[in-house]
Design a protein around this ligand. Structure first.
Ligand SMILES: [Zn+2]
Length: 203
């Protein structure tokens, strides 16, 4: 549904999962600010501890903060109630960092998998479940050309792209995320396509 909305509005929605990362997220914020663009961050609760300042910075700069759970549990491989508790714990970690009490945030299931209990729970709470349409390939064994997203922006138009902003020991992957974000933003500008957050797209 989100993908269809992105295609309809010919919008580029940049999403980043599994962060925040101490170095990479901070660098991405600079790249995004340079283009005055907003992105959406699906944070992992366990990565928030010690990086609360970064979470606040993301919010202050007007980006979308969403959740990717606490511990990146594959919800088909753990008990349904453990998966559900993990969703709530992920939300609580964001609220604790921001000092807010929103209690729920749009959710992207780790590995793209949801069990039926979690699914019903999210539907009951009217929490948007957010997938993606284009994977940047930043976690693949062989990282592709950093122009991959940019080329697809030019070729296919509206999209929800996926990259990851947790810190890597592999510097080429960190560089890849930065470069592909930069080139995607340049392509959107060239094509006159709006760069929107998930919540802007749903407005
Ligand atoms: Zn993930």
């Amino acid at each position: 549904m989100l993908r269809r909305k992105a295609v309809e509005s010919n919008a580029v929605v940049l999403t980043f999962d599994d962060g925040p990362g101490s170095r990479l997220t901070t660098e991405l914020l600079i790249v995004l600010a340079e283009s005055k663009a907003k992105a959406t961050f699906f944070m992992l609760g366990r990565n928030i501890a010690g990086r609360e300042v970064i979470v606040k910075q993301i919010a202050q700069q007007g980006h979308d903060i969403c959740s990717h759970g606490y511990d990146h549990l594959h919800s088909w491989k753990v008990s349904p109630f453990r998966a559900l508790a993990d969703i709530r714990r992920g939300w609580a970690a964001i609220d604790a960092a921001l000092g807010t009490g929103r209690r729920k945030y749009p959710f992207r299931p780790p590995n793209g998998k949801l069990n039926i209990i979690s699914l019903l729970y999210l539907i009951f709470l009217q929490v948007p479940i957010v997938y993606w349409s284009i994977d940047s390939g930043d976690t693949w064994r062989d990282i592709p050309n950093s122009d991959r997203i940019a080329l697809l922006v030019k070729k296919t138009g509206g999209m929800v792209s996926l990259a990851h902003d947790f810190d890597r020991s592999d510097d080429s992957r960190r560089q890849f995320v930065i470069e592909s974000t930069r080139s995607a933003l340049a392509a959107a500008k060239e094509k006159n396509m709006p760069v929107l957050t998930v919540s802007e797209l749903f407005k």
